[in-house]
Design a protein around this ligand. Structure first.
Ligand code: TXA
Ligand code: MG
Length: 314
């Protein structure tokens, strides 16, 4: 049976209602600085199962657990020296740490999808902070989009993809960072599991050492193959629109839509997912072509998402 999805304002009342929905085992999409998350009580197996169901997500793909602060994270995972250093430098913020789970934390095993580790994150967005503080418990939250599709950076995107499947969306406007958090495996020697909103260079400067690359077997399971895919086909590294294409420009490459006319990577990241949706809506059978974006700083995350958007569909 379809669920009526309430659009809640980011007021104290809206946050209180959202918190009550979580407490009752319901699902609430909420804004973070990266993208909107689809939240459910991480200790409630039924709520977590409904997250997978609402997204149409393969159940082997584990979820990120959101908490309000480092103290709450410590109750869920065992910190290592590298994790201490990264949390101290970058939380709250667009960084997720994968660490060894504490079995006594009471998380639903579905959250970890059978792994001995948990991905934890302390988001900086004031509305996410308000919700996590009001709720007072760990909130499992993948990006609030149907599995494999473009991540949502506005409440309207969530409504388009998940309206009728979840109880509420807390509307915090557009997400300022626009790409998902950087994921670092920190249970052992730190490895990059997913480039994201915190540039790899900044993390490496903090650690004073390069991040390792994830081995074939242990990379973030959600990082394989086609993902973030719009409906239209996607061509990358385009310096001009060919016949039958809609071009998304960047810097010197001008397009029908533009990630950033000045070549500003922060602006491009913030615009990325919204423009992929906009291009899809306008394409009318055309291929979406995307101009080259330099592969450093936030460009690493932008190019990672673009490659997956362009990957052969499974
Ligand atoms: O910015 C973000 O990270 C957003 C906001 C909502 O917090 N969340 C997000 O979640 O992007 P999701 O579920 O779309 O991506 C989580 C990624 C997946 O690729 C998943 O495989 C990986 O994290 N992951 C989760 N737990 C893991 C674990 N224990 N080990 C390795 N990878 C893990
Ligand atoms: Mg996602």
């Amino acid at each position: 049976m379809p669920t009526e999805t309430h659009l809640l304002p980011a007021t104290p009342e809206g946050v209180a209602q959202a918190s009550a929905v979580l407490g009752a085992g319901g699902l609430v999409a909420f804004p973070t600085e990266t993208v909107y998350g689809l939240g459910g009580d991480a200790r409630n197996g039924r709520a977590v199962a409904r997250i997978f169901e609402a997204k149409g997500r393969p159940s082997f793909n584990p979820l990120i657990v959101h908490v309000a602060d480092v103290a709450a994270a410590r109750r869920i995972v065992r910190f290592t020296e590298a994790a201490e250093r990264l949390a101290d430098a970058f939380w709250p913020g667009p960084l997720t740490l994968v660490l060894e789970a504490r079995p006594e934390a009471g998380l639903s095993p579905l959250v970890m999808a059978g792994l001995p580790t948990v991905a934890v994150r302390v988001p900086a967005h004031p509305v996410a902070q308000a919700l996590l503080t009001a709720f007072g418990g760990p909130v499992a939250g993948p990006s609030a989009n149907p599995s494999g599709r473009v991540s949502p950076t506005r409440a309207g995107h969530v409504m388009d993809g998940l309206g009728g499947r979840i109880e509420a969306v807390l509307d915090g406007g557009a997400c300022p960072v626009g790409v998902e958090s950087t994921i670092v495996g920190a249970a052992g020697a730190p490895v990059l599991l997913r480039p994201g909103g915190l540039p790899v260079e900044v993390i490496e400067a903090c650690l004073g050492a390069p991040l390792g690359a994830a081995g074939a077997g242990i990379s973030a399971p959600g990082q394989l193959g086609s993902h973030y895919a719009p409906g239209a086909a996607v061509r990358l590294e385009a310096t001009e629109a060919r016949p039958g294409e809609l071009l998304i420009g960047f810097g010197p490459v001008a397009g029908e839509l533009t990630l950033s006319a000045t070549g500003d990577m922060v602006e491009a990241a913030a615009n990325l997912f919204h423009l992929l949706r906009e291009a899809d809506a306008r394409a009318g059978g055309r291929v979406i072509a995307v101009a080259p974006v330099p592969d450093h700083g936030l460009g690493r995350a932008i190019n990672d998402r673009l490659r997956r958007a362009a990957a052969p569909r499974g």
